[in-house]
Ligand binder design. Structure first.
Ligand code: BYC
Length: 471
């Protein structure tokens, strides 16, 4: 197994693709379809511009990436897995301690294919959702970050398509085709998971998406990185190295909006900064409420037999499974999960194994809170704060689906909840206002008025570097 990446190949890879002609040919016939999809549903405009992008050149933790100008359609999308470890054993479930699988076990084939397809489906979906954003990029560095995220989501699609082609035979190849024919928001052929059919209409939504929804990606990838099916684990481990940047785009993006909001509040001594071209805190809070809750839905039901089966079969573990101090089988434990009883939210105890989605979701909630805490440190200067709403608020999947819970956790009647909708979630007016602020800024180093500059540039370049060459 090679661990360096061969760029002489049509498809860069570190899996010795050249030694398996059948597989290589299958992937080479998928490649033009991917490129057609990229041209048709990838970023609108700028495809012939040189963008300062990161490309994976090795899988070693230090220095795995190279930065240079590339035109997006010429990006070297490839297949990169962390090298195998011959002594590796399965870390959880019924097969605990047995050697990891290098092929798909027949009895787990359908479940594994489903996990790979669901994961793969989100990657091109996010590119589709974000395709119009360059037109209103608030700065050149933001435009570059958008494109970086987009090409890497494209690479994550490659990662899943490789697994489908290499390990799932003919139905895998069919699933790989279908990943390009389902489209975000399409009435007949939508993407699989709810949040990936929502629009990402403006940059505030983009930063919220990269903070909240990409963070679901982090937790799901971590769980799959534990998988007993080793090729899946190894590919997810590498994807996580790329994913970190996507979340940092969200963290720093929201942080910069918050900083600009504080600046305007101080300058004009008012909360009502809309007349001065800033995003007021009430609007920011509504965007947090929306993106956080649609992302909570991505964890599936708090109680899930699917998730229990994935865990006991060794297909999908928990976040940092290897660092958890328990039996890694979860056959005896119990866990309190929230449910709605009458007009109250109460905890009920359920078998731990059935609650692994809830375990993952809770780790995610804690992680989301860390960003909120950081922004609140800055917001203390104006005596304000942002909050994560109650986990039951605005939910379409799991215990709270069909219930009407307020952001502070009260169970309401449908009409009462509806009467507050515009206080709690972005309203048409909010969206129109945020959209009205969106202007494209292309002069290096300059920022749109609603967002502060980032503190650092990319790859130690200055903030005013020409991250996208427009001429
Ligand atoms: N929307 O037992 P349940 C990322 C369905 S993001 C629509 O509750 P389970 C990224 C479910 O399919 C990470 N349907 O859930 C981020 C099932 O249907 P069937 C993506 C949903 O199976 C940003 C039924 O409801 N990766 O990488 O335990 C940019 C009952 O299911 C939803 C993964 O998700 C929903 N939200 O868990 C780019 C990892 N939720 O079987 C990329 C792989 C549930 O009754 N996926 N349903 O027809 C999984 O592990 C699981 O499929 C889920 C669901 C966690 C998503």
């Amino acid at each position: 197994m090679m661990s360096t990446i061969d760029y002489g190949e049509r498809i860069p890879n570190n899996v010795d693709l050249g030694s398996d002609r059948r597989l290589q040919r299958a992937l080479e016939s998928w490649q033009p379809k991917f490129l057609d999809w990229w041209r048709e549903l990838g970023p609108v405009g700028f495809q012939d511009r040189e963008v300062y992008l990161r490309t994976a050149v090795s899988v070693s933790a230090d220095g795995w990436a190279n930065f240079d100008y590339v035109k997006m359609p010429e990006y070297r999308w490839g297949i990169f897995l962390i090298p195998p470890d011959a002594d590796k054993t399965i870390g959880f479930g019924d097969h605990l301690g047995q050697p990891v699988w290098t092929e798909v076990p027949g009895e787990h084939r359908a479940d594994l294919r489903r996990l790979v397809v669901v994961q793969g489906d989100t990657e091109p979906a996010s590119v589709e959702q974000q395709r119009h954003l360059a037109r209103t990029a608030p700065s050149l560095i933001d435009m570059r970050n958008l494109f970086q995220v987009n090409v890497e989501e494209g690479r994550h699609l490659w990662a899943m398509v490789y697994l489908l082609h290499a390990y799932f035979g003919r139905d895998g190849r069919e699933e790989a085709e279908a990943l390009l024919t389902r489209n975000s928001g399409d009435a007949d052929r939508p993407r699989i998971l709810g949040a990936f059919n929502e629009e990402t209409p403006n940059w505030l939504a983009f930063f919220m998406f990269t903070y909240f929804t990409d963070r679901d990606g982090k937790y799901q990838l971590h769980s799959l990185a534990q998988s007993g099916f080793d090729p899946l684990a190894r590919t997810c481990q590498f994807m996580l190295m790329e994913e970190a940047h996507h979340m940092s785009v969200g963290t720093s993006g929201i942080g910069r909006v918050v900083n600009r909001t504080i600046e305007l509040m101080k300058e004009h001594d008012t909360d009502d900064i809309r007349p001065f071209g800033g995003i007021d805190l009430a609007t920011l809070q509504r965007y947090v409420n929306f993106h956080y809750t649609v992302s909570l839905d991505l964890f599936g039901s708090e109680r899930s037999t699917n998730a229990a089966n994935y865990f006991s079969s060794g297909l999908k573990g928990r976040y940092q499974e290897d660092q958890r101090d328990d039996d890694h089988r979860l056959v005896n434990g119990v866990r309190a999960v929230p449910v709605v009883e009458g007009d109250r939210v109460v905890d009920v105890e359920v078998p731990l194994l059935s609650a692994v989605n809830h375990v993952l979701q809770s780790d995610y909630v804690e992680d989301c809170q860390r960003g909120i805490d950081r922004w609140n440190k800055a917001l203390a200067a104006v005596g304000a704060e942002l909050r994560l709403p109650h986990v039951g608020f605005h939910r379409a999947v799991g215990s709270f689906a069909g219930h009407h819970v307020s952001p502070d956790g009260r169970v309401l009647s449908a009409p009462e909840w509806e009467s507050h909708r515009d206080e709690w979630l972005p309203s048409d007016d909010d969206r129109a206002f945020v959209d009205s602020l969106m202007v494209q800024i292309t002069e290096p180093g300059r920022m749109a008025g609603w967002i502060a500059p980032p503190t650092t540039g990319i790859n130690r370049q200055p903030v005013d570097y020409e991250y996208v060459r427009l001429s």
